[in-house]
Ligand binder design. Sequence first.
Ligand code: ASN
Ligand code: ZN
Ligand code: CA
Length: 332
Amino acid sequence: WQAIENGVGNTEYSGQVTLGTSGSSGSYNLTDTARGGHKTYNLNHGTSGKGTLFSGADDVWGDGNGSTPETAAADAHYGAAETWDYYKNVHGRNGIKGDGVGAYSRVHYGNNYVNAFWDDSCFCMTYGDGSGNAHPLTALDVAAHEMSHGVTSNTAGLNYSGESGGLNEATSDIFGTAVEFYANNATDKGDYLIGEKIDINGDGTPLRYQDKPSRDGISPDAWYSGIGNVDVHYSSGPANHFFYLLSEGSGAKTINGVSYNSPTSDGLPVTGIGRAKAEQIWFKALSTKFTSTTNYAGARTGTLAVAGELYGTTSAEYKAVQDAWAGINVGA
Ligand code: ASN
Ligand code: ZN
Ligand code: CA
C-alpha cells in the first residue's frame, strides 16, 4: 500500500503543476492513485515494453527545461490527469472505459521520434522526444488528443479510415482543445490550435487550426465528396471547423490573445453557442449516436438528434448545429 501524495511537477510546457503521485518519505513514484492508478514510465529511448516506472527520493519531478528525463514525464502525467478530470467532471465519465481504471503513459520513445500515439492493445499512450530530442510531444493538448483516442475506441469506435477516421481524429482534436481550456493553465492557455507548444514545424506554428483548417496548407475547410480518401489527420479538418463554428461562430474573434477568422462554405453566418454546449453535444453524440461507420452525414444527424434532446428542436442551439454543418458543406 502506498499513500496518495501530491507531488510537484516542473513541466516544460505548463509551468509548475501539482501531480498525483504515490509513496511516502524518501520513496515516491508516478502512480496517480486518485485517477485510476494512471502511471508514467520511462522508455529511455527503447521502443517496446513499459520501461521503468518513474520513481525517486523526492516528490519533485522535472526541472522545467528537459535536461532531466523527468520533465517529459511531468508533462505527460499532468496531461493525463487533466484529461481524466475533464471527462469525469464535465461529462461524468470515470476514466477511458468509464470503469475508473487508469491507463499508463510511456515517454522518451525511441530517438528523434516526432510523434505520440494511443495504442488500444496496451491501453497506453506513448510520446517521442521530437526532432533532435528537442521538443517532446508531451504538451497538454497532445496528451488529451491521444487519451481521447482511447475514449473514442471505447464509445463510438469510429473506424480509423475514410470519413469515420477523419471524425475520429477530429474528436481527439476537439477534446484536446476542450481539456486545454478546462485546465486553465497560465502557461498553456486554451486555444483552438493543436500542438502549438511542441514546435513541430520548427517555425513556431501549430500542427492544426480549428477556426480555418486550411491554414495548415493541406486540410480542407469543408466537406467534399471524396474527402474519405485523404489522410485522417486532414479529413478531420471540416469536423474541427464545425466545432469551432458551433462554439464561437463565424468571422473574426480573439480569445486568450489568439486571433481567429472562421469562414463558412455557404457564406452565411453562424452564431456560436459557446464551447461548453458544443462539447456536450459532441460528447453525447460520440457516446450515444455515433458508431464505427459514422460518416459526415451521420455525424450531422447524430449531433442534431442530441441537440434536439438537450435543447429542443426549436432552440437556438439546434439551429446553430444546423448552420455550423451547412457552414462546412454538410446537409442543408
Ligand atoms: N499522433 C498521431 C495521432 O494521434 C499518431 C498517429 O498518426 N498514429 O493520430
Ligand atoms: Zn490522433
Ligand atoms: Ca492547443
